[in-house]
Design a protein around this ligand. Structure first.
Ligand code: C2E
Ligand code: MG
Ligand code: MG
Ligand code: MG
Length: 244
């Protein structure tokens, strides 16, 4: 598991996204793009979801016992939305690690939601009833209608990095991000921008009122140990601010 920091546009660490890796015996560390399709084919995604939830919530519980209020976001596959199995996995992992549901966000891509909208709606409603937060991942890249924003219990919109990449130079990208921020806030949701790679992008996102940011500029995905150094730094900064 690797964790990528999620920050406010002002630079405060609020949490992380858990990103799964496979340490393959001969091919080394593989990213999800290299094995998730095969995992779907072999019906291994429930096992992956179970493991990812267990590791991520175990780590989060430890960090929160250390005095932080961090949150974690976990991604799920389209096939995880097929039945209520995911809801049971989430409920049991929260219980096992004694993590409050609102500290967990489940990220679901538009594409996964639209795979079987009725079924996805049921699973998402059940997750929402648990108190877990729901995020629309890769927003703007799926072939989806905006209708789901009316129906589904969503807390967060995570704009795909395709829109952030050219935000500084491409007026159309800026317009799309601006109107997405406005839509997100009008719906009472929060907006996360992913793929923030340079200071110019961060500056424009802050000007446009985006809430949270994530990307290489702010931190690459890293193992738990490295993320813990970042938490320690943040705690020191917090106590300095309290003392000054
Ligand atoms: P995602 O959820 O949209 O995650 C963001 C991806 O963008 C991650 O790739 C991350 O490493 C990468 N990224 C982060 N910041 C930057 C940046 O500034 N620039 C660029 N170019 N890329 C950036 P990764 O880790 O390879 O994951 C790819 C996708 O695999 C994820 O996209 C997510 O849909 C899926 N995934 C990851 N972990 C899991 C998991 O535990 N379960 C399931 N079902 N899917 C997962
Ligand atoms: Mg994600
Ligand atoms: Mg994404
Ligand atoms: Mg993506």
């Amino acid at each position: 598991m690797e964790y990528q920091p999620v920050l406010t546009v002002e630079g405060a660490l609020v949490g992380c996204e858990a990103l799964v890796r496979w340490d393959h015996p001969t091919r080394g560390r593989l990213s999800p793009g290299e094995f998730l399709e095969a995992a779907e084919r072999y019906k291994l995604t429930p096992a992956i979801a179970e493991r990812v939830l267990d590791v991520a919530l175990g780590d989060l519980a430890r960090w929160r016992r250390g005095g932080t209020r961090l949150t974690v976001s976990v991604n799920v596959s389209a096939s995880d939305l097929r039945d209520e199995g995911l809801v049971r996995l989430v409920a049991s992992a929260l219980l096992t690690h004694d993590v409050p549901p609102e500290a967990l966000t489940i990220e679901i891509t538009e594409t996964a939601m639209m795979h079987n909208p009725e079924q996805a709606q049921q699973v998402m409603a059940a997750l929402s009833d648990l108190g877990v937060r729901l995020s629309v991942d890769d927003y703007g890249t799926g072939y989806s209608s905006l209708e789901y924003l009316l129906k589904l219990p969503i807390n967060e919109i995570k704009l795909d990095r395709a829109f952030c990449r050219d935000i500084v130079t491409e007026l159309r990208a800026t317009a799309i991000v601006r109107s997405t921020v406005d839509l997100t806030h009008a719906l009472g949701l929060r907006m996360v921008a992913e793929g923030v790679e340079n200071a110019g992008t961060l500056f424009v996102l802050r000007e446009l009122g985006c809430d949270l940011v994530q990307g290489w500029l702010l931190g690459r995905p890293m193992p738990a140990q490295a993320f813990e150094l970042l938490i320690a730094q943040e705690l020191r900064r917090g106590s300095r601010e309290l003392l000054s």
